[in-house]
Design a protein around this ligand. Structure first.
Ligand code: ADP
Ligand code: MG
Length: 613
């Protein structure tokens, strides 16, 4: 048989490698900015056109490159940052794989001008799809200026799968925030379609957080500062009560490199245990400092996943450090700081168990608990002690004509008649509220339990979905106009879906650069501030961004319903419970919340009988 294996031409190999390193315009920004940081720049300007689809240009005042280096830089596995395998264990630079520029040049039109500080002139190199098309001396400033045009021009499948400009731009902003936050000493300017989005001077970490994430975060932050022999932990965390329902303000850095680390995220969440409002995540900006030999950066081409030699110990250090910082908010009053200043964890060897510093936290303390746990609430304000006596009441409804909640499913056209007949059915029922969370009533087949928050979410969701244009004005609540400042990415997204949001009962208009003004909101919303609602809606769009099956209206209705629904601590009067249940069973789908969680549960009669056997 003839030999059939051959080496791929460099241009093809580079294009394949590019698939891993460069997924979208944001990846180009990441790689180019990292190169500028590695080149020692203290000023980096990023110029973007059409969310990077047309142009991404990064200009720095770093060390620049000689003519030979400028040419070499585009070869695969060409790097100035490491020379031998051993160097992999002491990485101090962002890059070291030597494949970013080769990858970018394989899938775009690239023009680079670069000049070392001690040279009079620079060199300009043009490359298209890995082919050098020009190389000439040029007059330019010291440093490097790379323009990447027409990304994926020769990879139509990739180009086609790029998302809308707003989505791609959001990815760019996220990537930029990671770079800007990890290097507050570097000045950054970001311009998109000739609009200046960021202009950040060299500053300290706290100022950088405020300038990249938004001024709203200022009052929320408290600092972390722990030094241990395993890792140093510095940074800022947010107040628990200002935690958000969506992700976006959670950042881990190790040795000034952004990393994704779901396991360490758990360490933070554990430290915040029981002091967060339900279903929220706190903001955090945590900078770990560790011996580069103790981490492996090279487990993924984009280097955002990082392996730690001793993850369990670092987990404990992070958790202890966050708990200590939380103590500063006076939220964990029983914390006992027996050590002054920093916590020190002695490391004696790999097999020795590392004992975290002992911090006593009252596990039952929750500033959001308005009532002590363990109570059963009844309609009409009866107290817990009466409940046993009322058990016979639970059996009253067993002869109801209603078999199973599924049989409530509405197929009829006339909602009003349905509601009336259901009201009549349930009118004879007693309702119990359990722990401010569930509503209990009886049906023919047993005991019906309803999750009150999910039920209300379902009711609001269907209402928002049904709402017709002409009903909106009437259903709108006028607010004292409130202006909200957003980060550029969120602002762009909001602009994109503004018609849909207003179509559901908001009255929001643009209000200058990166701001909107809220004049009205749907009347159902009683428990949330406009800023919080908008935040949540945007969060929903970010998390389900790729899901085209869900319409914009549905996403908005869903997140709005979720935010506006009554919480689990709401104590009901019997009448209110009746109304909630009636409205629930008038819904198209009373079984599941808009996000697909079960609303109803039945304890079957035979199960009850079994219990008393
Ligand atoms: P890596 O960053 O992994 O070394 P790259 O392909 O990103 O690989 O870059 C290749 C080389 O080109 C770098 O090692 C560096 O020497 C040089 N280089 C890239 N960008 C710049 C820049 N902005 N300024 C100076 N040198 C640069
Ligand atoms: Mg690089």
């Amino acid at each position: 048989m003839a030999d059939i294996i051959h080496l791929l031409p460099d241009s093809v190999a580079n294009q394949i490698a590019a698939g891993e390193v460069i997924q979208r315009p944001a990846s180009v920004i990441k790689e180019l900015v990292e190169n500028s940081i590695d080149a020692g720049a203290d000023k980096i300007k990023i110029n973007i056109k059409d969310a990077g689809k047309t142009l991404i240009q990064v200009i720095d005042n770093g060390c620049g490159m000689s003519e030979t280096d400028a040419r070499m830089a585009f070869e695969r596995h060409a790097t100035s940052k490491i020379t031998k395998a051993g160097d992999l264990f002491s990485i101090h630079t962002k890059g070291f794989r030597g494949e970013a520029l080769a990858s970018v040049a394989a899938i775009a039109h690239v023009v680079m001008k670069t000049r070392p500080h001690n040279e009079e002139t620079g060199i300009e190199i043009a490359i298209e799809g890995s082919k050098v098309t020009g190389q000439d001396p040029v007059q330019c400033d010291p440093g490097t200026n790379i323009a990447v045009k027409n990304l994926f021009f020769n990879v139509p499948a990739r180009r086609k799968f790029l998302k809308s400009d707003n989505t791609e731009f959001r990815h760019i902003i996220v990537e930029f925030q990671r770079a800007a936050l990890s290097h507050p000493g570097i000045a950054f300017i970001v311009v998109h379609n000739n609009n200046e989005i960021y202009n950040l001077p060299p500053e300290n970490t706290r100022q950088r957080i405020i300038h990249t994430i938004g001024r709203h975060i200022n009052s929320s932050l408290t600092s972390l500062n722990t030094d241990t022999s395993i890792a140093g932990v510095k940074g800022y965390i947010g107040k628990p009560e200002l935690a958000k329902k969506t992700f976006g303000e959670q950042f881990f850095f190790v040795n000034n490199r952004y990393m994704r680390h779901p396991y360490f995220h758990k360490a933070v969440m554990k430290a915040y245990d029981r002091i967060l409002p339900p279903e929220t995540v706190p903001s955090y900006f945590i900078f770990l400092d560790t011996d580069p030999g103790k981490i492996d950066v090279n487990i993924h081409p984009t280097k955002t996943e990082i392996k730690f030699e001793d993850e369990a110990a670092v987990f404990q250090v992070i958790m202890a450090s966050v708990k200590e910082a939380l103590g500063k908010f006076n939220l964990t009053p029983s914390i006992d700081f027996n050590s002054e200043g920093s916590i020190n964890i002695p490391v004696t060897g790999r097999d020795t168990e590392v004992k975290p510093p002992v911090i006593d936290v009252d596990p039952h303390f929750n500033p959001f608990d308005k009532e002590k746990p363990g109570k059963v609430y009844r309609g009409h304000g009866h107290r817990a002690g009466r409940v046993e006596k009322d058990w016979e009441k639970l059996y009253e409804g067993f002869e109801d004509p209603l078999d199973h909640p599924d049989s409530f499913k509405i197929t009829d056209e006339n909602v009003q008649t349905r509601i009336e007949s259901l009201v009549a059915t349930f009118a004879s029922h007693g309702y119990l509220q359990i722990k401010g969370k569930y509503i209990l009533t009886t049906v023919k087949s047993g005991i019906l339990l309803v999750d009150q928050k999910r039920a209300h979410e379902r009711i609001l969701f269907e209402k928002f979905m049904r709402q017709e244009q002409q009903q909106i004005q009437a259903a709108q609540k006028q607010l004292y106009p409130e202006s909200i400042e957003l980060d550029p990415a969120d602002f762009n997204l909001l602009k994109d879906i503004l018609d849909e949001i207003n179509g559901i009962g908001f009255d929001i208009s643009e209000f200058g650069k990166n701001s909107v003004i809220v004049n009205g909101c749907p009347s159902e919303i009683t428990n949330s501030r406009p800023a919080e609602l908008i935040d949540h809606i945007l969060g929903e769009f970010k998390s389900t961004g790729g899901d085209i099956k869900i319409t914009a209206r549905e996403k908005i209705a869903r997140s709005l319903a979720c935010t506006a629904a009554i919480g689990y601590d709401k104590v009901f009067e019997e009448e209110e419970m009746r109304e909630l249940i009636d409205k629930l069973f008038a819904c198209e789908n009373p079984n599941y919340s808009p996000s697909g969680k079960a609303i109803l549960s039945i304890i079957e009669l035979n199960e009850l009988e079994h219990r008393f056997r």
